[in-house]
Design a protein around this ligand. Sequence first.
Ligand code: PMP
Ligand code: GLN
Length: 397
Amino acid sequence: MLNEIDNVGKPLQEFGAKHSATGTTIFTVMSALAHQHNAINLSQGFPDFHIDEQLSFLLGEAARTGHNQYAPMAGLPSLRQAIADNFRKRYGLGIDPDNEITITPGATYAIYTAFTAVLQPGDAAILLEPAYDSYIPNIEMNGAKAIPVALSAPDFKVDWNKVKDAITPKTRAIIINTPHNPTGTIWDKSDWDSLADIVRDTNIVILADEVYEQLVFDGLRHYSVLEHPELRQRSFALYSFGKVFNCTGWKMGYAIAPPAFTDAFRKIHQFVSFCVNTPAQFALASHLPTETATPVNMVMQQKRDHFLSLMQKTPFTIRQPALGSYFQIASYERISDMPDMEFAQWLTKEYGVATIPVSAFYKNKKDDKLIRFCFAKKEETLNEALRRLERLSAKQL
Ligand code: PMP
Ligand code: GLN
């Protein structure tokens, strides 16, 4: 009853916390520090090079020709069709653009919306750590409990027994991420089979964060949850155009899920964002079917290789080259004993290179003396960053 709620005497500016991550996200913190110290920003994940000229032309053209009003709630039909065609071409998958695809303002929003569609207060959701920092707050904002399960260092493989042990009758969702931010690992088909074995007799829903699906290197390939017929029936697959077309600031993404899941997703989406940037949808619908001269994975692999060869001249240790994503983690154990947060700040201020401390990807801020570099940068940016890092010497601190 309304009259039972007593807000009298509560301070105007005091709001109850909706989640446990009380600080500012590490991506904002490190990018701001990079800016403040005029450092090269290899922290937050975004490319520093131009987007395809055709794509920027298409965006301008869409605005100029009058596509400036609300788009349909589920997304522009031509964009959803282009996505379905693209998945048929690349994966041989049939996806119904009307009932299985929803365009979203970025993948972070899609993850939040999928959790909101699925979770009820009191539920639990499992995530594998280290993990992208929005997962836990997104779970908690829905009144559910986030259950982190650690990936096994140093290769960051999934320990399936640990995942199994974390499941309780309250578990309603598991979120997974491949290719993985921040470790650059990728799942193979057997990982999906293991997941299927574990959830088979439960009502657990899978959120598959596949935003880096097109950034896989060394001739390997991404396996999508959508290719697993059994898991596909219980999954949301979540994507970002920002990662494919180097336009993270456009904040454009999409969710693919079976019709009943899509229906539940849209029930939330229609009252949170309702629809997504119209000119950007027109631009992407025209651009998606076109072939680029060099596929984005080749571009990024070249950058990874260049970055790795430059890193050899520094005292950082790289245990495993990234197989996917645009991130590389490295150990600074030969340089310093500082906690990783302190080390990343010191490196930004003293050496002019900003990175992300990997402890930020753990709920309990587990510190393994690792930092994450984003190598999605122009060659000259990487060269200058590494020229600065070459000055580091082993155990100078
Ligand atoms: N998931 C992961 C693992 C990410 O690294 C990112 C980074 N941006 C996202 C989701 C979010 O993508 P978007 O920018 O489209 O919200
Ligand atoms: N996903 C990007 C990263 O991991 C950043 C996204 C963000 O700033 N929230 O760096």
